[in-house]
Each structure stands twice: as structure tokens, then as C-alpha cells.
Design a protein around this ligand. Structure first.
Ligand SMILES: [Zn+2]
Length: 678
């Protein structure tokens, strides 16, 4: 049987042949491609010649290309256009893929060859990019235990099995606790303050559970509007306390022991691999590099943001006094923030939306990219798509060179997951004289136009589109030799720089006037609205910052020191929070027992990176602000030193090459309006 996934894609720009692909093609294609990749690796391992950079590292880098291509197509479909059938295939092939990747990292012959090259690397005259590839590949083996003795390796495997069970249990407990609580209301007076849509959702939920009245839960779509709008302080308190007590109630779902076991095992694992702590292990492959650097970063921001946060807290307390609130509590925060924001700015989404018709915003994104990087976007209709809503563009530069293919997929539908993301169907790479260009995609979930109404974006959606397009630029302009170092393949505390940087143009009059035009009158958005957008985006920024910093510090405290002596989760947490708390502590509540980011997801020793990325983008944008937001020379510098370079050089060096100096947090503090409190 012929299989389009395994043949050469005979398509324009060698794009994915979606119209020919059937679900039945995936499994056999994966099997065949894995075997192909295995055979390629066998050839490397059995090469009778002494290992060299070319016959080992480069050969390894370019092995498995067919497999990569099939994986990209498949997993992108699983995110954007999935079905029961595709999900079933994903379940079947995921173990095959992880077994294959384990086969590589545990392949002793292969590691031996890589190690031999690594040991003589200073004699090899490698380019910076080659050096990075070699180091990255070598480290990948070592970080997975390649240098350990047989006994240590089996110990590592036991720890890993325990860790994955604990993480799973942690998540299941949080979920169970989430579902365990329901606020059931039957008196209409208790709903005062809530928006119609929230009440409606609560009514539907009650009906589903065959109850009278309204039911609110700890899920965000129910919890957040309740805490923001419900007038009843008693009920807000009840909800907040239930939320904060998740997996901290000494019942079957309690996570206290799991947290302690997790951090102790992570520490042991790091020690086994030769690192001082889990944070040291994680941060070796981050721009921040070390726990010391992260602490300096967090504490410096803390010292600057705290006075502002305290002032905001005092203002909010004063504002709440009108309701005879003597002590502002955690369950008052969202409620009074919203009321104060309304009083100060009175900015409604509906006022802004007419200025952000989707087509106009896309045109705006393309225009900004053209003014900065001379890119042109031409919609083309000859490329296969996986859904009729998808649009495809050929991207060219000023001299009409082909740069990339861009797919855009903007509207929600069954089979697409929530949120917005950038991805690729094909990475960029160079071989000999060929510079093979990338196929990049952005996927969002914006309101679909109807027959009578165009798609009008909220301001949040506008910044989302700019954000994802910033990632897309990183992918499209990539210009490296090796695909695993290309585009967005960078350390993850660096990957949000291009995306967050690009969001900055949404707040500038000079950029907005290019595309923010009323969809009926064509009038440009008024300047006072732009001012309001800017000011309201900084509203209570000090308190927000303090909150983010508190999570970052808690994460680092759990993971950067020997946890042997910790025996009480709440006590340890209170100690970590002591410099960042504005609200009185709630003794029945604990954050760590439901801190899924760091105990279930992949953010351990990485929570700081949210703020880190903001510091980078503000610092980078300040150079544009000083020289003009459409300054071509600055843009060119950013393109040459950052967008084109991917992960070929350490991010701090890339950044300094662009900026002329290391980033400081001054620009962020300025942008957030936090400096005036000094
Ligand atoms: Zn992003």
C-alpha cells in the first residue's frame, strides 16, 4: 500500500500533503520511520572509522528526519484537528516514540562515540554552532545517566519511576479535591453582583446535577468570576478557603507527604547525576544558569516592587473601607480590585472591540513585520490544508527571496484544544548550499465571524495574536545549520523574548494607528482609549508582581537546598512567603499542596521564568523606544543576533550581542509604573 507520509511530498514547497493523508497511514508510517531512524543510528554506531564531528554528531543530528516530519504533522493535528481515532493512534504510538528515544540515550556505543569527540573538542576547530551541538548532545546523554555505573543507573530508574507515580498522584489528588467542593445556592439574593453569564452557567450546572438553584465550583470559569463579582463577602470567603485548602485537609487526597517525597527524591536524583540540587540540575540548561542568579534576580525585583505593592494594598484597603472592611482579606482582593479599576478607568471591552476586526489586526501584524524586517506575506491557495479555516501564506523578504510558509488557523472548533500557540510542520536547516526554509503555523481560538458580524477581537486577543506571531518570526527567520538548534529551539527562559517583545507594538500609538480602525467608520482608535489601555494594563502591577515573585521564591526554596530537614509543608511555605505577603495568612490553607505547576507540570525551578521573560522583553523594547519603534537598524540587530540564531549560542551572549549589555529590570519597572514609589 502506498503511503503519502513515507513518500517524498510532491507538493508546492514540499509542504505536508494533507489532502492525501488518511488516519490509517499514520501507524504504519511511524513504524517504518522509526525503523529507518534506527538503521541510520546503527550505521553511525558501526562506522569502522574513528568518530568525528561529521560522522557522529552531524550524522546523528540529521538522522530520523522522516520520523520528525511525520511526528510534526501528527501531533499538530492532534492539537488542532483531533478526533477519537487520532487520540487512539496517539496512545498507541507514544510508547513507541519514548522507547525509541530511550534507545538512543541508553545506546552505549553511540554515547562512546559522542564522548570521544567531546573529549577532544578543543582540538577540533569547531564553529560556535558546532560546539553548541556537540555540547548539547553530549549533555543530553549525561543528564540521562550515561556516565553512571550499572548500580547507579538502576537507582536512577527506580527514582524516576517513583517520581512519575508521585507526580501523577499529586495531580489526581488536586483534581479530586477540586471536584469535591461545590457551592450550592438556592436564594437569589446570594447571587448579587454576579454577571448574567456566570449565573446562567451556574444554573446549567445545577440542572445537570439535578439540583435546584445554582452551583459554583473551584474550576476557574466558575471560581474567578465568583471571586471577582459576588457581593457576599461570606460566600467569597467560603469559596476562597475551599480553594486554598485543596489537598491540605488530612484526608485521602492530602498532598503534604507527596510534596515532601517529591522534593527529597528530586534532590537525590540531582545528587546522583552530580548536581548540588534539583535547581542546579534544571538551571544548567537555562539562561539564568544557577540558583544564585535566580535568587539575585527575584530578590532585586522584590526590593523594588514591594514598596509599590504595599502602597497599592493600602489604597485598595482604603477603597474597601467604604464597605466597612476593616482588614482586607484574600477573598476581597479580586472583588475590590475590579471595583476600583472600574472607577478609575471605566474601560469596557465592548468599547475597544470595534477597532480590532480580525482582518485588520492580521494586516497590522504583517505591516509591523514589514516595517521592521522587510517581510512580505502573500496568501497562496495551492497548498494543502488540514481544515478549510486554515490560511496559507508565502513569506518573502525585500529582494523576493522565499523565507517561509506560514499557516494561520484562528477559529475554535470541535477537535481543537483551547488556547493559542505557535508550532511548525518543518524546521529550518542548512546542508551544503541548500538552506531549507521552515513551515510555521499559528493556532488560536478567536470568535468566528457570522453572516452579519465580523470577527472583532478583544484587546487580550490582539496581544495574543501579536504574541504568537512573535514566536512565528523566531521560527520563520531562523538561519542556522542544525535543525535542533533552529528557531524556537532555545532555553525556555529565553523562548518568550521574541513573542513578548512583539506584544509591545500593540500599546504604541504609531503602530495602532496603522491598523486599529473602526470596522464601520474606518476611524483610527482615539488617543484617550490608547492611554486607558496602557494605564489599565499596569493597574495593581505591584501586587501582581509581588504575587508572582512569591511563587518563584517558594519554588526555588523547595528545590535549591537540601530538603532532608523539612518536615512541615505549611511551616516551610510560611517561611518562604514571609517577605511577600500582604494579606493575613489563612491557617487552614496551603499553596504548595496544589501548586501543580511545580509538582505536577514541568515548572520546577522554572517559575521565575515568567518574570525573567518580562524583564527581557521590556529591556529589549526600551532600545526601540529610545530609537523609534520602527527603527530598522535596531530591528536588524534583533533579527541577526536573536531571531536568526536560535539556540546556536548561549542566550545571554546573544542578548548582549543585540543589546550591547546585559538586561536590567529598570525598563520593566518603568513600564509597569513601579519606579515612582522609590
Ligand atoms: Zn509564548
Amino acid at each position: 500500500m502506498s503511503n503519502p507520509l513515507l513518500e517524498n511530498y510532491n507538493t508546492p514547497f514540499s509542504t505536508a500533503p494533507f489532502s492525501k493523508i488518511k488516519n490509517d497511514h499514520f501507524k504504519p508510517a511511524f513504524k517504518k520511520a522509526i525503523n529507518l531512524a534506527k538503521a541510520e543510528i546503527e550505521v553511525i554506531c558501526n562506522n569502522p572509522e574513528a568518530p568525528t564531528f561529521e560522522n557522529t554528531l552531524e550524522a546523528l543530528e540529521f538522522s530520523g528526519q522522516k520520523l520528525n516530519s511525520i511526528s510534526s504533522i501528527f501531533f499538530n493535528l492532534n492539537s488542532a484537528e483531533t478526533s477519537d481515532e487520532i487520540q487512539k493512534i496517539a496512545q498507541d504510538i507514544s510508547p513507541m516514540l519514548s522507547a525509541f528515544s530511550n534507545d538512543i540515550t541508553l545506546n552505549k556505543k553511540l554515547f562512546k562515540r559522542v564522548q570521544l569527540v567531546y573529549n577532544i573538542k578543543s582540538d577540533l576547530n569547531l564553529t560556535a554552532e558546532q560546539d553548541m551541538l556537540l555540547t548539547k548532545k553530549y549533555k543530553n546523554f549525561v543528564r540521562n545517566g550515561a556516565n553512571l555505573t550499572k548500580k547507579e543507573k538502576s537507582e536512577l530508574r527506580i527514582i524516576d519511576t517513583k517520581l512519575s507515580k508521585l507526580k501523577l498522584q499529586f495531580g489526581e489528588n488536586v483534581l479530586a479535591e477540586n471536584q469535591d467542593f461545590k457551592l450550592h445556592l438556592t436564594n437569589k439574593d446570594q447571587l448579587k453582583g454576579l454577571p448574567e453569564s456566570t449565573i446562567e452557567a451556574a444554573q446549567i450546572l445545577a440542572k445537570q446535577l439535578q439540583k435546584k438553584g445554582w452551583i459554583f465550583t473551584l474550576d476557574y470559569p466558575s471560581y474567578i468570576p465568583f471571586m471577582t463579582y459576588a457581593d457576599s463577602r461570606e460566600l467569597r470567603k467560603k469559596m476562597a478557603k475551599a480553594f486554598g485548602a485543596k489537598a491540605f485537609r488530612n484526608n485521602d487526597n492530602d498532598n503534604q507527604q507527596i510534596v515532601l517525597d517529591l522534593v527529597k527524591l528530586r534532590h537525590k536524583r540531582a545528587n546522583l547525576l552530580g548536581y548540588k540540587s534539583h535547581s542546579h540540575f534544571v538551571l544548567e540548561e537555562r539562561m539564568a544558569e544557577s540558583p544564585e542568579n535566580v535568587y539575585v534576580f527575584l530578590n532585586d525585583l522584590l526590593s523594588k516592587a514591594k514598596p509599590a505593592a504595599q502602597k497599592e494594598f493600602d489604597n485598595l484597603s482604603k477603597f474597601a473601607k467604604k464597605d466597612e472592611i476593616v482588614q482586607l482579606e484574600k477573598w476581597d482582593s479580586a472583588y475590590y480590585s475590579e471595583k476600583l479599576k472600574k472607577e478609575l478607568f471605566d474601560l469596557e471591552e465592548e468599547q475597544l472591540k470595534p477597532y480590532f476586526k480580525l482582518e485588520n489586526v492580521i494586516e497590522g501584524v504583517f505591516t509591523v513585520a514589514n516595517k521592521l524586517y522587510d517581510l512580505n506575506f502573500e496568501e497562496i491557495f495551492t497548498i494543502d490544508k488540514y481544515h478549510k479555516d486554515v490560511k496559507t501564506y508565502k513569506v518573502t523578504d525585500a529582494t523576493d527571496n522565499y523565507i517561509a510558509i506560514l499557516y494561520t488557523d484562528f477559529f475554535p472548533r470541535k477537535g481543537k484544544r483551547n488556547g493559542a500557540w505557535m508550532t511548525s510542520f518543518k524546521d529550518q536547516w542548512k546542508k551544503g548550499l541548500e538552506n531549507s526554509r521552515p513551515h510555521i503555523s499559528i493556532v488560536c481560538n478567536f470568535t468566528k465571524p457570522t453572516n452579519t458580524k465580523p470577527s472583532l477581537l478583544t484587546f487580550n486577543e490582539v496581544t495574543t495574536l501579536f504574541h504568537e506571531f512573535g514566536h512565528a518570526l523566531h521560527g520563520m527567520l531562523a538561519n542556522t545549520t542544525y535543525p535542533s538548534l533552529s528557531g524556537t529551539n532555545v532555553y525556555w527562559d529565553f523562548v518568550e523574548l521574541p513573542s513578548q517583545l512583539f506584544e509591545n507594538w500593540c500599546y504604541e500609538k504609531e503602530a495602532l494607528s496603522l491598523f486599529a480602525k473602526h470596522f464601520k467608520t474606518n476611524n483610527i482608535i482615539p488617543i484617550d482609549l490608547i492611554d486607558k489601555i496602557k494605564k489599565s494594563s499596569n493597574f495593581l502591577e505591584g501586587m501582581q508582581t509581588l504575587r508572582q515573585l512569591s511563587f518563584g521564591i517558594l519554588d526555588m526554596n523547595w528545590h535549591s537546598k537540601n530538603p532532608a530537614v523539612i518536615d512541615n509543608v505549611k511551616k516551610f511555605e510560611s517561611q518562604a512567603f514571609k517577605n511577600t505577603q500582604l494579606f493575613p495568612d489563612v491557617k487552614e490553607n496551603c499553596m504548595s499542596t496544589s501548586f501543580s505547576h511545580i509538582f505536577q507540570g514541568g515548572y520546577s525551578s522554572g517559575y521565575y521564568s515568567y518574570k525573567w521573560a518580562e524583564v527581557l522583553d521590556a529591556d529589549a523594547f526600551s532600545l526601540f523606544l529610545e530609537n523609534g519603534i520602527f527603527n530598522k537598524q535596531i530591528a536588524q540587530k534583533f533579527k541577526l543576533n536573536i531571531l536568526e540564531k536560535g539556540g546556536t549560542i548561549k542566550p545571554m551572549n546573544l542578548y548582549v550581542n543585540f543589546r550591547g549589555k546585559k538586561p536590567t529590570n529598570t525598563a520593566l519597572l518603568q513600564r509597569a509604573g513601579l519606579l515612582k514609589y522609590d
